[in-house]
Design a protein around this ligand. Structure first.
Ligand code: SF4
Length: 335
């Protein structure tokens, strides 16, 4: 298999950095829009609202920028990245500590832009410089990063993480097995689901693996055994995966995992996804609530918990979940 050239890789990373990513080889960080709003005291993200994470002290990053899917609704610059799973798996990956050290520094450099801005409270900015919440969700699938268990352990032990969120496409069951066996699980594991049957999965996620559906189902069954908070996030794309039939099929997938929470979130007409979808594919919060109540008809163990208009999202909760909504690390926490 021909290796991806250094030049090509440099080109990809340069293109990402033009999009306000800051990369350390194949890992990368970006300041989330909501972190900026929180520092300006103009609001917080729905994850702070629902789960208590400190949005201004969020390090949104990826240990490995590549992904084994090319989802039509993805706002990331998929068109700039590699779409050959063999090439992706051959790429060199960096060491966990090097990645964290470098990305924390790069995040500080990006936040320095706020310095001297009279509208910014210096104390808030000072606090924001040191991350306590780690969102491993920027681009790519973190479960393609071979040393993810070591990285999670490091974030907990050395960087005193109050919360670690990992968002995955459910295509790497062996990596999940390693996380479960080592016990180095994130605080909250997000299972990103956008399709409820094999045909739709092919159309919406454009997976690189040929055995994508087998991997998907195997992953969902295994996730049930993961001893951490689990969230299924369903991205609702209007006129594509928002039918009653989808709600029924989704309920079947949910039962394989038995998660603590379900997030039904509208597709957002943002970034590179505007090259692939239309603004008409976004849902109103009312449409998201309709789909959620349809889903609840097939899921008696779940109930409506909360919503966020700005992010067009509804939160459903498993009545049998052992977890509080607010993450333990943020009980009696000073923001
Ligand atoms: S948790 Fe997610 S939405 Fe909230 S600030 Fe971090 S990256 Fe942004």
């Amino acid at each position: 298999m021909k290796k991806i050239s250094e030049e090509r890789l440099k080109e990809i990373i340069k293109n990402l950095d033009r999009k306000k990513y800051r990369s350390y080889n194949t890992s990368s960080v970006q300041i989330c829009l909501w972190t900026k709003k929180a520092i300006k005291q103009e609001g917080v993200c729905y994850k702070q609202k629902f789960y208590g994470v400190d949005c201004k002290r969020c390090l949104q990053f990826t240990p490995f920028i590549f992904c084994q899917q090319n989802c039509i609704h993805c706002w990331r610059p998929k068109e700039l990245l590699i779409t050959n799973i063999k090439e992706i798996k051959e790429l060199k990956q960096e060491e966990p500590e090097e990645i964290i050290e470098n990305l924390i520094e790069k995040r500080k450099e990006l936040l320095m832009g706020f310095k001297g801005n009279k509208k910014i409270n210096e104390k808030i900015l000072e606090k924001a410089m040191i991350p306590v919440h780690f969102a491993i969700s920027l681009v790519g699938d973190p479960l393609l990063y071979k040393k993810l268990p070591e990285m999670i352990k490091l974030l907990k032990e050395k960087y005193k993480a109050r919360s670690i969120f990992v968002v995955t496409n459910c295509q790497e069951p062996l990596s999940l097995k390693k996380l479960i066996e080592t016990g180095n699980l994130p605080t909250q594991l997000y299972l990103s689901i956008n399709a409820t049957n094999r045909e739709q999965f092919l159309k919406i996620n454009k997976p690189l693996y040929k055995d994508f559906w087998k991997r998907f189902v195997e992953f969902l069954k295994l996730a049930k055994k993961a001893n951490c908070r689990k969230v299924i996030r369903y991205t609702l794309i209007k006129n594509i995966n928002d039918k009653r039939k989808n709600a029924y099929e989704l309920s079947k997938l949910v039962k394989l995992v038995n998660p603590d929470f379900i997030e039904i979130k509208s597709y957002m007409y943002l970034g590179y996804s505007t090259l692939r979808l239309k603004i008409e594919n976004m849902n109103t919060i009312e449409e998201v609530k309709n789909f959620s109540s349809n889903l609840l008809k097939f899921l008696k163990d779940f109930s409506y918990e909360d919503e966020d208009k700005a992010s067009r999202i509804v939160l459903l909760k498993n009545k049998k979940s052992k977890y509080e909504n607010i993450i333990e690390g943020y009980i009696n926490y000073k923001y």
